[in-house]
Structure formats: C-alpha cells, structure tokens
Write a protein that binds this ligand. Structure first.
Ligand SMILES: *Cc1c(COP(=O)(O)O)cnc(C)c1O
Length: 358
C-alpha cells in the first residue's frame, strides 16, 4: 500500500549509499584528511564545557557565522545563506524555483543532487553532456544551445566539476550567467579552494547568479554539515523562502566560525593537498592500464582497465575509492580522493601490485 502512495517519480530512487564499512584508508568521498585544527578544537571543547545552551534552539539565521563569512569574502552578510551542507541549499533552490513542467539544466557527468533535487521538486531534469573524449571540458556553446532549446529555470555549473576535476574559466562562467538571463545560474564551487577560480566577486553584478560553497571539503568539516550561498539580495531573499528554520545546529555554527579563524592552517592544508594531487597524478600516469584526467580539485578521476577488479581488490585491502556503476559516460572510471602523503603512497603501492602482479 505504501508503495502506491509514494509519488511515482520518486519510487525508483535509490537511497544514498555511502560505504560505512570499516576501512584502512578512506579516499571515496573527497573528504579532507585533516581534522579540526588543534587550536579550534580546544576552543570548541571550552565552549561545550562552559555553557553550550544545547537545550535552546540555535540562531535560526546563523548571523554570527554569516558575519564571519562576510568578512572573509567582503560581501554583505545579508547576501549569505547558510545551509545544512550545500546539499540542503541545492534542494531549497529547487523547491523555490522548480515545479511540474519546469526544467533544470545541469552537467553530466556531475554531482547527483542537481538532478535528484529537481525530480523531488517535481521538475524535469535535462543534462548537458561533458564529453569523455574531450576530457570532460565545459563547452559554453553546448550550454547556450540547451538553454535556448529547453528554457530551463535553473542552470548548474559545477566548478571544478565533481567527479571529473576540470574547470570552466571564470570569464566563461560569467558569459553563461549573461546568456542565460531568464534562468537562475547556480555555480557550485564546493572544490574552488583547490583551484582559486571563483565568481563570488561578481554576485552583485548579476541578479541571476548564486554561488554555493561548503565547509565539507577544503575546510575539513564534512562532519558538521555546513555550506552556504552567496548571491544578490533578490535571489537571496527568494532562496530564504523555503529554508527550514533552525537549520544549522549550535555546534555547527560555532565550529564553522572557529575554523574561519584558522586561515593559515587551512591554506597550508589546501596547498599540501594540491601538492599531493600533482604527485599522485604524476605517479598514476606511470601505471600501465591507467589513464588520468587532469584535476583542479582534491580528487582525481582515472580510467582503468579491469576497473571493477581494481576497485574490488582495493576494497579488500581496506582502501576505499569511488566507482561509478550506472553512468555510461564514466565507464571504467574510478575517483580517488587525495589523502595524506602516506595514504597516497599506500594506495599507489597497492594499485601497482594489482595492475602488474595479478
Ligand atoms: C561535496 C559536494 C558538495 C557539498 O556537500 P555538503 O557537504 O552538502 O556541503 C556540493 N557539491 C558538490 C559537487 C560536492 O562534491
């Protein structure tokens, strides 16, 4: 009986299945290997011991955190919205703008939430294809054509793109924003710290531009579920219409503020991961049967002969990376998050032994 009550378009959904098995090295979710910096950890412990007020609802508007973010970006805090991860903001944006008959244009292969959030809101997802043969590069003209043809309400650009690692230059992103003037253009910059490409300074120039950021990747705070959007006043007010009250816990608001005070350490961690990405890419390229896509992020997409076997054998060794089941564009592809030097060395050694010895 329940089955028939579910909206038809949702019935075939498969709940998100993160691998929660015990592991030795976890390189499957683009998390940071760096935990909360020690100084921030100390302050968090003091906060909890003193009077964390966990019996009271948190600030529903996350004002202190938004003010800290506004200093970080030199934008008005009123133009920032904080979400329970940028995931939540993706869903909120769909809920505000998309209903039956409305289209959402987004890249493929890319992040699954763009299509899912559209379907959940009752809209029609439309993909624009990034060609594996063209190293998954974005093509402005492809987006323009799809925009003219489909007249979507939302257009997504994931920059750098997950899981392919490529970027669209900021000037091109802005051309898309200009061209798609009757749509909201959502630029998901979840990994932008790893490439220094951003369109945040342009959010006041274009009323249809919204940028998404997260604390889950470069800031190493996937565990607190905190992301945010930056956009002009009209778009920000619109997105706020469907945001859940009290959506960020006290502990998350406070922890995110603390990590913003640790700019030097975060910068150092990002540089470390960028250096390791270069090293890992270089060494992966040397392995027979592995093709490496250039990445501007904290993960690397590879195409591997005997992909499933490689994946399975790494799993057996307790090394988790990401495999892409259904997507034809990602046939034989694996995504490896960049870890610490030691983790990457172990991964490389195991990979070599799989690719050469058996
Ligand atoms: C990880 C990721 C996010 C953010 O996730 P949250 O943890 O919900 O902030 C957003 N977009 C992409 C493309 C991602 O890979």
């Amino acid at each position: 009986m329940i089955e028939e009550l579910i909206r038809p378009e949702i019935r075939s959904f498969i709940p998100y299945n993160a691998n929660q098995q015990p592991y030795r090295i976890k390189l499957d979710a683009n998390e940071s290997p760096f935990n909360l910096p020690a100084a921030a950890r100390q302050k968090l412990a003091e906060y909890v011991l003193k009077d964390p007020k966990l019996n009271l609802y948190p600030d529903t508007d996350s004002v202190e955190l938004r003010k800290a973010l506004s200093e970080h970006w030199t934008v008005d805090y009123k133009n920032i919205i904080v979400g329970t991860g940028s995931d939540q903001l993706i869903q909120v944006i769909a809920n505000v703008f998309v209903g039956p008959g409305d289209k959402v244009l987004y890249p493929a292969p890319s992040f699954g939430m763009y299509g899912d959030s559209c379907i959940i809101a009752g809209g029609t997802p439309v993909k624009y294809i990034l060609e594996p043969g063209q190293r998954f590069e974005y093509c402005k003209e492809t987006i323009f054509e799809a925009y003219d043809r489909e007249k979507p309400k939302l257009v997504y650009i994931c920059n750098p793109n997950n899981p392919t690692g490529n970027i669209m230059p900021a000037a091109d992103v802005l051309q898309v924003v200009r061209y798609c003037k009757n749509a909201v253009v959502v630029v998901d910059e979840a990994y932008a710290e790893f490439c220094d490409t951003t369109v945040i300074p342009h959010t006041l120039e274009f009323e249809n531009l919204i940028v998404l950021r997260t604390f889950s990747k470069a800031y190493g705070l996937a565990g607190i579920r905190c992301g945010y959007s930056i956009a002009g006043p009209a778009l920000t007010a619109a997105v706020n219409l469907a945001r859940a009250p009290y959506n960020i816990s006290r502990l998350s608001q406070y922890t995110a503020q603390l990590v913003l005070e640790e700019k030097d350490e975060i910068r150092k961690n990002v540089q470390y991961l960028v250096d390791q990405r270069k090293r890992l890419s270089g060494e992966l390229e040397q392995i027979r049967g592995i093709q490496v896509f250039q990445s501007h992020s904290n993960f690397i997409l590879v195409k591997a002969d005997r992909c499933k076997e490689v994946y399975k054998k790494l799993c057996e060794k307790g090394i988790f990376i990401r495999i892409f089941g259904a997507s034809p564009l990602l046939e034989n592809c694996l995504r490896i998050s960049v870890g610490t030097e030691q983790q990457n060395t172990i991964l490389l050694d195991e990979l070599k032994s799989i690719c050469y010895n058996d």
